[in-house]
Ligand binder design. Structure first.
Ligand code: CO
Length: 459
């Protein structure tokens, strides 16, 4: 009997996809003991947007959250999602910062780091993979799944072989928009399994309704791990339900390691939590529905609503069809980037600009200029030379890796912060989100001073 394992996403991706990552640690702490006993392959609980949201909205120290998770989940592998050279932010960081960030993540309790790059440029994964291996954690080399004339099985296989040479311990196929169909999954997993002897983890979203079929065919092709969310936080823009996949796969004769009784207890815990977020409007009904438009236009669901709200703001909603047609053309001009943060936003905004200005690439954002200069990495296909020339206005694009042009920043920032940072983790929070971290440090101090005063009065 072949074994299929599950990575539970409720604490990270399901939380991020359905309720904009607003779950505070204290809300889910009571159920961690059960999660630890459920028989998951791993618990995805950190990284992605959790870091930003902890500081920005929850007044939580993301590092302290990780330490608490580690303590409460002693038997589980803790997984985080890392945007390669972007870490958990939105720009590229110098290598010394990437190294320190990975080191601190592992030292504070992370076991598996899933590392991806928005352009699938492997030079942006190199430093993070090296450092993950150095500290003894699992480096999961990740493909951002997309479709285009250059995203062929051959090219994906080349990428996977190269990641294996770089030392990754497993391969993840990350389908952020839920556009990978069952046949595509079957063919891709089969091709990867033929090419390398590594565990394959498939990650998708229910957005278009394909996900359950996609997982089944991926498993038939040899996928070892699938990412699922406990039922109350599953479906819609989130992952397929853990219990449903466990039920179906067992019926199909696979060995499944999760414990049904424990899964039920976890589901019972999260039901009222979810209902609370529905009641207060954080979880919108739209996020739980199926949206097949992305299959027609090959544009992720989130991008469609962004296009619409941009046009609405400019009183130009009647140009929606034009903007929609322009989107794949911009993507082609830019060398077919996978549409994931931040490229999806960049392509969408540019499509709207091209339509409204009446001249293509007359107005361009500074992000598109940086992209054409090569600051985000090598694009899957070359950028259209005419477009690149127009955007750069004669300036030459970079030839090497952008991070190589960046000065080391960790020690310098640490010295500059002085007492404000109490540990290396604080320095990293500051480098990732300077103003958010500064405010968090001030609030933390104020909180402690209040407690101190109170204690003295008590005595
Ligand atoms: Co995801």
């Amino acid at each position: 009997m072949r074994k299929v394992q599950f990575t539970e996403t409720v604490l990270r991706d399901a939380n991020q996809s359905l309720i904009a990552t607003r779950l505070p640690y204290d809300v889910y702490e009571p159920i961690l003991e059960k999660i630890d006993q459920a028989g998951y392959y791993a618990v995805e609980c950190w990284g992605g947007a959790t870091f930003d949201v902890c500081l920005r909205y929850l007044n939580e120290d993301p590092w302290e959250r990780l330490q608490k998770l580690r303590k409460k989940l002693p038997n589980s592998k803790l997984q985080m999602l890392l945007r390669g050279q972007n870490l958990l932010g939105y720009k590229h960081y110098p290598d010394d910062v990437v190294r320190k960030f990975v080191e601190c993540s592992v030292k504070n309790g992370i076991d598996i780091i899933r590392i991806f790059d928005a352009l699938n440029d492997l030079t942006n994964l190199k430093t993070a993979i090296e450092e993950t291996l150095k500290w003894g954690a699992v480096a999961s080399g990740t493909i951002c799944y997309t479709t285009s004339p250059v995203h062929t099985l051959d090219n994906y296989v080349k990428m996977v072989k190269e990641m294996k040479r770089m030392g990754v311990s497993s391969i993840c196929i990350k389908d952020m928009a839920g556009i990978m169909g069952p046949k595509e999954a079957y063919d891709l997993v089969s091709a990867i399994k033929d090419a390398v002897d590594l565990p394959v983890d498939v990650h998708t979203h229910c957005t278009t309704g394909l996900a359950f079929m996609t997982y089944l065919k991926a498993v038939e092709a040899g996928a070892d791990i699938i990412d699922t969310a406990i039922s109350p936080f599953s479906g819609g823009t989130s992952q397929p339900a853990t219990e449903t996949m466990a039920y179906a796969l067992k019926q199909m004769g696979y060995e499944v390691t999760t414990d049904d009784a424990v899964l039920k207890e976890i589901a019972d815990f999260f039901k009222p939590v979810r209902d609370g977020y529905i009641a207060d409007g954080t979880l919108m009904p739209k996020s739980l529905t199926t949206d097949t438009q992305c299959l027609t236009y090959q544009v992720p669901g989130g991008m469609l609503s962004n296009l619409m709200s941009q046009l609405k703001m400019m009183n130009a909603l009647d140009r929606f069809d034009e903007a929609l047609l322009e989107t794949p053309r911009v993507r082609k001009d830019l060398g077919y980037p996978p549409l994931v943060t931040p490229t999806s936003q960049m392509v969408g905004v540019q499509a709207v600009q091209n339509v409204l200005a009446g001249e293509r690439y007359k107005n361009v954002s500074k992000e598109i200029v940086a992209y054409c200069r090569g600051e985000y990495g090598r694009t899957p296909a070359p950028i259209d030379p005419e477009v690149q020339k127009k955007v750069l206005g004669g300036e030459e694009p970079l030839t090497g890796r952008y991070a190589d042009t960046l000065e080391p920043a960790f020690e310098k920032t640490k010295a500059q912060l002085g007492d404000m940072a109490r540990c290396d983790e604080d320095v990293l929070s500051y480098i990732a989100f300077p103003s958010l971290a500064e405010k968090f440090f001030e609030d933390r101090r104020a909180r402690e001073e209040n407690v101190a005063t109170y204690t003295i009065e008590e005595v």
